[in-house]
Design a protein around this ligand. Structure first.
Ligand SMILES: [Fe+2]
Length: 210
């Protein structure tokens, strides 16, 4: 992802079929090439008329929506958030199991959730509890502790001063073709492909000031 307007849709860091059998190829293609592409195009269209916003990064655009012009605030929340959230989601998955590489994150999960199993149970409960469309996130609070939060639509945790470690897109477009309405099965699928290496890197960045 380039730093500011005009934003581009970077290619996936793996092949469309790399997450099979957990996330299916057709879903990955449509989700990345059609849906994320549409968010990028709509965000650029909004920013095209606001030169004063064109040098801001996604994080700068989303961190303090109150500072944005009234006419484009919700559009930037929706489409800028859509770009930011999807990039974390897509770049936070991997075809290989790398949980053992989460050397800094693993003890923090034990510290804040008691055990890995309790973390998974709690994360799944949050991801299931999102009403309608949204995301569940593992975030770092300003005091350094891990927490699970959910956001609606394309709202993003960075707007609330939280630093994102990992997140799952639970909009139905992320799983409907394979799992139909069975979100619980999709969450289990995601557990198989979440990149703990990426999450670990993001966690280290968060505790170092994000
Ligand atoms: Fe999505």
């Amino acid at each position: 992802m380039n730093e500011h307007y005009p934003f581009v849709n970077p290619p996936l860091p793996y092949a469309y079929d790399a997450l099979e059998p957990y996330i299916d190829t057709q879903t990955m293609y449509i989700h990345h090439d059609r849906q994320l592409q549409r968010y990028v195009a709509n965000l650029n269209a909004i920013l095209s008329g606001y030169p004063e916003l064109q040098n801001l990064s996604l994080e700068e655009l989303l961190r303090d929506p109150a500072s944005l012009p009234d006419a484009v605030r919700q559009g930037i929340i929706n489409y800028g958030g859509g770009v930011y959230n999807h990039l974390i989601y897509f770049y936070g998955m991997t075809p290989s199991e790398t949980r053992t590489e989460a050397q800094a994150l693993y003890p923090a999960i034990i510290r804040d959730f008691g055990s890995v199993e309790r973390f998974f149970d709690e994360f799944k409960a949050y991801a299931l509890a999102v009403f309608g469309s949204g995301y569940a996130w593992l975030v770092v609070e300003p005091d350094g502790r891990l927490r699970i939060v959910m956001t609606a639509n394309q709202d993003t945790p960075i707007t609330n001063g939280l630093c994102v470690v990992a997140g799952i897109d639970v909009w139905e477009h992320a799983y409907f073709l394979k799992r139909f309405t069975d979100r619980a099965a999709y969450i289990e699928d995601w557990f198989h492909v979440v990149s703990w290496q990426v999450a670990n890197d993001r966690y280290i960045n968060c505790i170092n000031g994000g």
